[in-house]
Design a protein around this ligand. Structure first.
Ligand SMILES: *Cc1c(COP(=O)(O)O)cnc(C)c1O
Length: 327
C-alpha cells in the first residue's frame, strides 16, 4: 500500500460527489474488439456535462471545503478541462470561482469559462504568470486554490472511475489510462489494485513531451519544454515538488506506452468513423495503443478510459479530410 492514501477516501469521494456526478456508461466496442481479438470496452468519461472526467476530482475537493472556505471562493489557473470542472462545480453549488488566465488564452476557451459562470482574472502573457496570480489571490483574498492533479481529494475523485469499473466489469484484466500529471492513473490505480491486484494498468501518453515518463526514468520529477500535440490535455509538468502522483504512478502503473502524433490523429478519425464518437486527442491515445497492437496480447477484457471530448471542430475537420480522401 502506498503511504499517502487509503481506498476509503475513494469510497467517501463516491458518496460526496454523487449528487453532482453520475455514473458513466461502459460500452463494448464491437469494431475495436474484433480488431484486437479480445473484448474491448470504452469507459465514456466524455459524457459528463463538461465533456471530461475532471469534474470528479474537482467536485470531491470543492465539496469537502469548510463552509467558510466555500464562502470565500475557489481559484485555479487551468484553462482546460480542469478549469471548466472547477467553474462547473462552483456554479452548481453557488460559490464563486476565479480562473486566472493569460492574455494569450484563445477566445473560445474564455467564452466557455464565462458561460460556466467563472470570474476571469487576466494577467500577463504566460500560463506561469497566471499561476503566480492564482496563489496571490489565495493570500490576498483567502480563495482556495484547486490543484489539478497532485492533491488527495482530486486523486480520490478520479479514483471513483475505478469503483464503477469494478461494479460493471469485475472480470476486467487490463485498463488503459491517458497519463499527464497522473491524478487519474493514481486514483484508478488505488481503486483497482486494492480490490483486484492482478489488473494490469497501462499509462498512455503522446511521444512528445511525456513528462511523467521522463521523470520516472530519471527517478525524480523533471521539467520539460512543451511541444504542440493533438493530445493537448496531456501537456503540462508534474511539478518539481510533486507530493503524491509521482510515487503513486510508479507504484500502480505496470507499463507505459508512448503514441506518435499520426496514430493519435488516426485514432480520433477511427472513433468518428467506427463509433460515431468525438474524442479529444488525449482520450484517443488509449485507442491508438490498441489499434497499434501496443498492448501485449491476452484474452481478458480490456478497458480504455475515454477521458474527454473537448476538441476544436477545425481539428476534426482536418482529420476527416485526411482520413476520408484516400479511401
Ligand atoms: C487531465 C486529462 C488527462 C490526464 O489526467 P492527469 O490526472 O493529469 O494524468 C487525460 N485526458 C484528459 C481529457 C484530461 O483532461
Amino acid at each position: 500500500m502506498n503511504r499517502h492514501m487509503e481506498i476509503l477516501e475513494v469510497w467517501e469521494a463516491r458518496k460526496r460527489i454523487s449528487s453532482l456526478v453520475k455514473k458513466t456508461p461502459l460500452i463494448k466496442s464491437l469494431a475495436i474488439s474484433e480488431r484486437a481479438g479480445r473484448p474491448v470496452y470504452l469507459k465514456l468519461e466524455n459524457t459528463h456535462e463538461i465533456g471530461a472526467f475532471k469534474i470528479r476530482g474537482a467536485a470531491n475537493k470543492i465539496l469537502s471545503l469548510s463552509d467558510d472556505e466555500k464562502r470565500r471562493g475557489v481559484t485555479t489557473y487551468s484553462t482546460g478541462n480542469h478549469g471548466m470542472a472547477v467553474a462547473f462545480v462552483a456554479q452548481n453549488i453557488g460559490i464563486e470561482a476565479t480562473v486566472c488566465i493569460s492574455s494569450r488564452v484563445p477566445k473560445m476557451k474564455v467564452d466557455s469559462l464565462e458561460r460556466l459562470g467563472a470570474r476571469l482574472e487576466i494577467v500577463g502573457e504566460s500560463q506561469d504568470a497566471a499561476g503566480v496570480r492564482c496563489f496571490e489571490l489565495e493570500k490576498e483574498r483567502g480563495y482556495t486554490v484547486i490543484e489539478p492533479f497532485d492533491e488527495p481529494y482530486v486523486i480520490a475523485g478520479q479514483g471513483t472511475i475505478g469503483l464503477e469499473l469494478l461494479e460493471d466489469l469485475p472480470t476486467l484484466s487490463d485498463v488503459l489510462v491517458p497519463l499527464s500529471g497522473g491524478g487519474l492513473l493514481s486514483g484508478i490505480g488505488l481503486a483497482l489494485k486494492t480490490n483486484s491486484p492482478d489488473v494490469r494498468i497501462t499509462g498512455v501518453s503522446m511521444e512528445r513531451s511525456a513528462v511523467m515518463h521522463e521523470s520516472l526514468k530519471a527517478g525524480k520529477p523533471l521539467e520539460m519544454e512543451e511541444s504542440e500535440t493533438l493530445a493537448d490535455s496531456l501537456l503540462g509538468g508534474i511539478g518539481l515538488d510533486n507530493r503524491y502522483t509521482f510515487d503513486m504512478v510508479e507504484e500502480y502503473m505496470d507499463q507505459l506506452v508512448l503514441i506518435p502524433e499520426e496514430d493519435i490523429g488516426y485514432a480520433m478519425a477511427y472513433m468518428m468513423d467506427k463509433e460515431r464518437m468525438i474524442v479529444e486527442g488525449a482520450a484517443a491515445t488509449g485507442i491508438a495503443a490498441v489499434l497499434g497492437n501496443q498492448i501485449p496480447h491476452q484474452n481478458g477484457a480490456l478497458v480504455v478510459i475515454i477521458t474527454g471530448r473537448n476538441v476544436d471542430l477545425s481539428i476534426l475537420f482536418k482529420l476527416l479530410k485526411t482520413y476520408t480522401s484516400h479511401r
